[in-house]
Design a protein around this ligand. Structure first.
Ligand code: PRP
Length: 184
């Protein structure tokens, strides 16, 4: 059978590990944002799986919105140039904004969004990311809610892609080297 899981090499984070962490992160958000009705801003496309899981564990009043930026354009290395593909639908002025990200890698995406979104004067602004790759950082990013730090390996699954594939793998894994060779 043509199963994309056969393309994965090493599972870095299992479904159970991620599930437990998402619950823990949501618990902290429930406490910190009680009475604040935050807007959870998902960064498309990578954050969709994480956002969907996280919001189901959030028990306070909240809304969601999406913004799309891209710097990788399907590749495994950033172009270094962040582009806005789609803006938020709602105003965030005077709102408590919690950015939901799948991974902070170089930090360029978060840096760009901070500059852009703070000009709209939100009541507060924080970042929640499932993954962080500190060794790849080019600009500092303050991640208030972080799931896991991972080593400097290219990972897919749980929303993260390689050439737009593998987002639907329910865990975080590396890919077999032949997958990159096949796509060169
Ligand atoms: C990925 C990921 C983050 C960003 C992190 O998005 O989802 O948004 O890169 O990398 P950085 O810290 O080096 O900026 P990508 O641009 O690949 O778009 P996607 O979410 O649609 O896959």
């Amino acid at each position: 059978m043509d199963n994309i899981k056969n393309d994965t090499l090493e599972i870095l984070l299992s479904q159970d590990e991620i599930k437990a962490k998402v619950k823990e992160m949501a618990g902290q958000i429930n406490e910190d944002y009680r009475g604040k009705s935050p807007v959870l801003v998902g960064i498309l496309k990578g954050s969709v799986v994480f956002l969907a899981a996280l919001m189901k564990e959030i028990e306070i009043r909240c809304s969601i919105d999406f913004i799309a930026v891209s710097s990788y354009a399907g590749a495994s290395e950033t172009s270094g140039i962040v582009k806005m593909i789609m803006d938020l639908r709602e105003s965030i002025t005077d709102r408590h904004v919690l950015l939901i990200e799948d991974i902070v890698d170089t930090g360029l995406t978060m840096d760009y969004l901070k500059d852009n979104l703070l000009t709209r004067r939100p009541a507060s602004y924080n970042i929640c990311s499932l993954l962080s790759k500190p060794s790849a950082r080019r600009v500092p990013v303050d991640v208030k809610y972080l799931g896991f730090e991972i080593p400097d390996k290219f990972v897919v699954g749980y929303g993260l892609d390689y050439q737009e594939q593998y987002r639907n793998i329910p865990y975080i894994a590396t890919l077999k080297p032949e997958i990159y060779r096949r796509n060169k």
